[in-house]
Design a protein around this ligand. Structure first.
Ligand code: ADP
Ligand code: ADP
Length: 237
């Protein structure tokens, strides 16, 4: 469970990224955050794995306030949160399998990755994960040989090998065409339901949000201006 309690975040230049956020995201929910560029969606998501640090308030993840986390606490937090980015963040010149195994190695074992030392189980898990997003035939292709949609599916597979409790997706379909966007959203939703992984996705478009979300959080100028189930959305944000 993720609980924002009076969370505000002011960037060093004085910009208010988040203003007094109060919201709770329950285990297993599929939440979509919508709002115009600059609304604070990215800041909201990045607070949860502490790529940015709120200035005031408390942000509880599984009952622990993560705002003051440092060092090993922070690393532990990040192993249970899978991140998906707009631009996929794959190692372009590495092959698909290696990219996916990076999720298994986590943030600490770059040495093992350099030496190509993978556990057999990890390779199996990577393969299974790629199969779940239908891209297991591209194992030995370089990441930069794949289309945008294929790269985003590889990044979903990478997150799956991490066996996370949470998935945070920051504009995962902003660089993709509409059919490919729907495909990626469908995989995210399927994984959310099958594995019960709490998922938070930032999107620009309310129509797509309405199609996939259990619940929508609308943001404007750092504030939550709507928070409720899709059935309660009446007006475009
Ligand atoms: P969104 O994801 O909805 O586009 P962001 O969370 O990226 O919004 O940004 C919210 C506000 O914070 C914007 O006004 C943006 O310019 C500002 N902002 C984001 N990152 C920084 C930063 N590192 N330093 C200063 N201001 C920032
Ligand atoms: P997006 O629209 O995908 O959220 P942005 O272009 O807003 O991306 O931000 C790209 C990077 O620049 C991010 O790391 C963000 O934190 C930073 N950033 C955004 N707005 C500002 C700002 N006003 N001042 C400084 N850094 C910013």
């Amino acid at each position: 469970m993720i609980e924002f309690k009076d969370v505000s975040l002011v960037y060093p230049n004085g910009t208010e990224g988040l203003k007094n956020i109060n919201t709770t995201i329950k285990d297993g929910e599929f939440v979509v955050i919508v709002g115009l560029s600059g609304a604070g969606k990215s800041t909201f998501i990045r607070s949860i794995n502490r790529l940015v640090t709120p200035t005031t308030g408390s942000l509880l993840i599984d009952d622990e306030d993560i705002i003051t986390y440092r060092g090993s606490n922070l690393r532990k937090l990040r192993t249970k949160i899978g991140m998906i980015f707009q631009n996929y963040n794959l190692v372009k010149r590495s092959n698909v399998l290696k990219n996916v195994l990076a999720g298994r190695l986590g943030h600490t074992s770059t040495l093992r990755s350099i030496l190509n030392l993978y556990k057999k189980d990890d390779v199996g898990l990577a393969y299974e994960s790629l199969k779940r997003v239908n891209i297991d035939e591209k194992l030995y292709n370089r990441a930069d040989e794949l289309s945008g949609g294929q790269q985003q599916r590889v990044s979903i597979a990478r997150v799956l090998t991490q066996k996370p409790s949470y998935i945070l997706a920051d504009e995962p379909v902003a660089s993709l065409d509409p059919p490919t966007s729907h495909q990626v959203m469908t995989y995210l939703k399927k994984i959310n339901k099958e594995d019960n992984i709490t998922t938070i996705v930032n999107l620009h478009f309310i129509d797509m949000a309405m199609e996939y979300a259990d619940r929508i959080i609308g943001m404007r100028a750092g504030e939550v201006v709507f928070d409720g189930p899709v059935s309660e959305v009446t007006e475009k944000t």
